[in-house]
Design a protein. Structure first.
Lengths: 245, 220
């Protein structure tokens, strides 16, 4: 469904992505693991053109895009087919929970307000916030805000949702509610690309795991093999380190 | 204070108040409204980094902030006629005050725009909105809330700055006080009374500011 070929990205002298290739099939839940600074987040941001890659190709179904020189029209088309969930939620502070979810539908997709609200309420119900439609982000906990952000991404009916460390800014007690929403999405067959430090999510929910370091993919494997019988030495060390906790 | 002075003060009070209502307030409201539009435009072209317009905006802010308003007023009212541009006094004052408000407030608005976390712009892109949709629907409403107290400051400042219009023969509060005083020679008391009228106007504005700030606060 989505294929990324040979993507490169530098910030000044710092090479962050050094030729990453990635294939995403419909229904895949891919966890991207790796130490800080390995390029996980940058990879995700390049896929949604929040960062402009230096070079690389994206094939989305039958459409091919140059990741460096895509036009703003092409970018808009790609963004219509993807959702993005940020580490810091990035909710619109001047909109209610429902307003956050419907804003893109009404403004970008020119949907009627009533229809957008119906979809928006459904999306909020789905993430367990049916009693919080009219709350502003400042009145919600971190976990609730992140669930609104997920509802915002889901409401646009994307083909794939990109999650950038969705639980990293949360209190330990609130991580569970966000992960359980993501687990539900995965079980409904949503295609998801999740940059995360949540090993249990990678182990139990995702079907594929990618390990990145220094701007390259060290290993990509199905999650069972990744955790039980990894190919690369670096991944074996990683799994030893995390199981020592 | 003699009975005569009290009588003069009471008689002149309505003249001064009327001058304030008929001249100072319209001058302030018109200039501030135009100034705010200029400020928003000037701030936006800088935040959006629009080439040429951005440099023009910086140049405009530089000139206005770097020269006295009194000099600007004299250039427009007494200077421009010598190159064939004759503007009525009131128009000249509105022009100068609007440009001044525009320049100072553009910096306020620019800072407020930049204070909204950039992540919300990215989130807007991700739900398919374009830059100007994000600006007008998400960023500007939040920025104006942040900018409200300093903009109120500028408004209150402008009420008092309109007294400069006295110099181009606009009969506002100050000029009215001056005229009465030159007849009765009670300069001290009439200037005090003029100050009192300004104080009333500014007190009302400060009260309104607090009222609306509280309202904005409950709305977030």
């Amino acid at each position: 469904m989505l294929e990324i070929k040979n993507i490169y990205k530098s910030f000044g002298d710092l090479e962050v992505l050094k030729g990453v290739n990635l294939t995403v099939n419909k229904g895949d839940v891919i966890a991207i693991l790796g130490p800080s600074g390995s390029g996980k987040t940058t990879l995700l941001r390049c896929i949604n053109f929040l960062e402009r890659a230096d070079s690389g190709t994206m094939v989305f179904d039958n459409d091919t895009y140059d990741m460096h020189s895509a036009t703003s029209k092409q970018i808009a088309a790609i963004r219509k087919r993807t959702g993005f969930v940020f580490q810091n939620y990035n909710l619109f502070a001047n909109k209610t929970a429902l307003g956050n979810v419907t804003e893109g539908l009404i403004v970008a997709r020119k949907m009627k307000k009533a229809q957008a609200e119906e979809i928006g309420k459904k999306a909020l119900d789905k993430v367990g916030l049916s009693d919080r439609y009219d709350y502003y982000p400042s009145q919600l906990s971190g976990g609730q805000q992140q669930r609104v952000a997920i509802a915002r991404a889901v409401a646009a009916n994307p083909e794939v949702i990109l999650f950038d460390e969705p639980t990293s800014a949360l209190d330990p007690e609130l991580i569970g509610e966000v992960l359980s929403v993501m687990r539900d999405l995965a079980s409904e067959g949503m295609t998801m690309l999740v940059v995360t430090h949540e090993i249990n999510f990678a182990r139990n929910v995702s079907n594929q795991v990618i390990f990145m370091e220094n701007g390259v993919i060290v290993e990509q494997n199905d999650s069972k093999t990744f955790f039980e019988n990894p190919r690369e030495e670096r991944v074996k060390t990683f799994i030893q380190n995390i199981s020592r906790e | 204070m003699s009975a005569r002075i009290i009588e003069i003060l009471i008689n002149s009070f309505w003249d001064l108040l009327l001058a304030g209502i008929k001249v100072t307030i319209p001058l302030t409201v018109i200039s501030f409204s135009i100034g705010l539009v200029i400020a928003l435009f000037t701030a936006l072209v800088q935040t959006a980094k629009i080439p040429v317009l951005k440099s023009l905006a910086r140049f405009y802010v530089w000139i206005i902030r770097g020269t006295p308003m009194m000099v600007q007023l004299f250039v427009v009212y007494f200077g421009l006629p010598s190159i064939g541009i004759l503007l009525p006094a009131f128009t000249s004052a509105v022009l100068v005050f609007s440009l001044s408000v525009g320049a100072y407030c553009s910096e306020t608005v620019r800072a407020a725009l930049e204070s909204v976390p950039y992540g919300q712009i990215e989130a807007g892109y991700c739900v398919g909105m374009n830059y100007w949709q994000i600006m007008f629907r998400i960023i500007i409403p939040q920025a104006l809330r942040t900018a409200f107290p300093p903009l109120s400051n500028s408004l209150i400042g402008l009420v008092k700055d309109t007294s400069l219009a006295y110099n181009v023969a606009i009969v506002e509060i100050m000029a009215t006080a001056q005229r009465i005083a030159s007849r009765t020679y009670d300069y001290f008391w009439l200037y005090i009374e003029a100050a009192f009228i300004y104080l009333i106007f500014c007190t009302v504005l400060q009260w309104l500011q607090r009222h609306f700030e509280a309202k904005l606060e409950t709305k977030r």
